[in-house]
Design a protein. Structure first.
Lengths: 114, 113
């Protein structure tokens, strides 16, 4: 049973560019959450998608946007990249809110902004 | 700002040692506490989901306890093995924002043979 798949695994972008990260949830899961882990920090919640809508959002600027597709896969878009956006981006999937059974995480996309 | 604190930040032990780490979280508006194990270059793996005050969970040599009234959880590893080397993350869920995990910075455990 495939878990959460994220692509690409690594990415290098230039300041000001735009980037799209992709996530395929675990089979049977319908909710996708995105987290950013900067160096030395714990993962920080960006937003969560359920039924193709953003259900919750963390303290991230509007440059961060997302989408969920009918097959439950999701994209994270970041516009006007800043050096500070360099981080590991994790995708987590769950069934509904996921609070009861825990989340299944992908291995992340490492984004470097130069 | 919601703070989830983990201590120690890192830990180095010899194979066979037992060890424990702490996760502190707000005692109000508690819903659940998750523990994750994260090996380098892999994905975080859920160890425990804890919801009730006084909960004790066990998986093999790893166990965890929960005190929601005072806002802390302990993770114990008995007889550490080199394959236990990983970062252990705790994540707090509050009742008003179900589905959102508030992570600590993790405890990085290294077990030497």
């Amino acid at each position: 049973d495939a878990g959460v798949t994220q692509s690409p695994t690594h990415l290098i972008k230039t300041r000001g560019q735009q980037v799209t990260l992709r996530c395929s949830p675990k089979s049977g899961h319908d909710t996708v959450s995105w987290y950013q882990q900067a160096l030395g920090q714990g993962p920080q919640f960006i937003f969560q998608y359920y039924e193709e809508e953003e259900r919750q959002r963390g303290n991230f600027p509007d440059r961060f946007s997302g989408h969920q597709f009918p097959n439950y896969s999701s994209e994270l878009n970041v516009n006007a990249l800043l050096l500070g956006d360099s981080a590991l981006y994790l995708c987590a999937s769950s069934f509904k809110s996921g609070t009861g059974a825990g989340y299944t995480f992908g291995s992340g996309t490492r984004l470097t902004v130069v | 700002i919601l703070n989830v604190e983990q201590s120690p930040q890192s830990l180095h032990v010899q194979e066979g040692d037992s060890t424990n780490f702490t996760c502190s979280f707000p005692s109000s508006n508690f819903y659940a506490l998750h523990w994750y194990r994260w090996e380098t270059a892999k994905s975080p793996e859920a160890l425990f989901v804890m919801t009730l005050n006084g909960d004790e969970k066990k998986k093999g040599r790893i166990s965890a306890t929960l005190n929601t009234k005072e806002g802390y959880s302990y993770l114990y590893i008995k007889g550490s093995q080199p394959e236990d080397s990983a970062t252990y993350l705790c994540a707090f869920i509050r009742g008003s924002t179900l589905g959102r995990l508030y992570f600590g910075r993790g405890t990085q455990l290294t077990v030497w043979p």
